[in-house]
Design a binder for this molecule. Structure first.
Ligand SMILES: [Zn+2]
Length: 243
């Protein structure tokens, strides 16, 4: 997915909203951070996780200069994450299990736009009917400059749990990969699946398809495993936080 983040424009609004939340819902202290929990977000763990491999035929997502498609890498990371989480005792629900989109069957010969709308709506339905604790959406980034590399997490805007989850996954991957990465988790909106998710939702952008080294590493199982181990470290940290 190509994501353009508008870093600054929400900051003024946020301080105002936080002030109102402080008065309305109070504050608790988690990991030495002040974190605000809304009364609508009550966390009762079911240890069920929705994994979303972004895109799917005919939507390949971003493509690297040497022709590596985001949709394929997303699925490889998602499947590895699924396998590891099941091994740890979690229940996993995959939005897609193969290279294909999950739009309604009667739309498969329709326009790409109609396929995409149905595909995303079905991912939303899977997520919101899952009884899961979280949605982890796997994507790859791409940028106009080749110099940017590495992973970054994004979280559903205005969702405290999503933020905590994204923060811990970012740290988890940092701990598992010996490459410099100073990025921090960022809020995101106008991504329909994330906006409509009723459970904590994060996007893990595993690397940049515009960066040759990222593409090389992401094609190796060893590196994907490091990414997955980092995501799991973040998930387990999220569950361990006293909410
Ligand atoms: Zn994507």
């Amino acid at each position: 997915m190509f994501i353009t983040i508008k870093f600054k424009k929400i900051m003024g609004l946020i301080s105002c909203i936080i002030g109102i939340w402080l008065l309305t819902y109070g504050v608790i202290n988690v990991n030495n951070q002040k974190v605000i929990f809304t009364s609508s977000e009550i966390f009762e763990p079911n240890y069920i996780i929705v994994i979303d491999a972004g895109h799917g035929e005919p939507d390949g997502g971003a493509v690297s200069v040497n022709g590596i498609r985001e949709s394929d890498l997303n699925l490889q990371v998602a499947k590895l994450l699924e396998e590891e989480l099941i091994g740890l005792g979690y229940e996993v629900i995959m939005t897609r299990k193969d290279e294909n989109n999950i739009a309604d069957n009667d739309l498969q010969s329709s326009t790409i736009r109609k396929i995409k709308v149905s595909d995303i709506n079905n991912r939303i339905d899977i997520t919101n009917n899952s009884n899961a604790d979280m949605l982890i959406s796997i994507h790859m980034n791409k940028f106009s400059s080749e110099k940017y590399y590495g992973w970054q997490t994004f979280y559903k805007k205005n969702s405290s749990y999503s933020k905590i989850l994204a923060e811990n996954i970012q740290k988890g991957i940092n701990n598992n990969i010996e490459r410099e990465n100073k990025r921090t988790e960022l809020p995101i909106e106008n991504i329909k699946l994330i906006d409509k998710s009723k459970i904590p939702a994060v996007i893990v952008e595993c690397g940049f398809l515009s960066n040759i080294e990222d593409v090389r590493l992401l094609q190796t199982e060893e590196y994907r495993k490091q990414i997955v181990n980092g995501i799991i470290e973040g998930i387990e940290e999220f569950y361990s936080i006293d909410k």
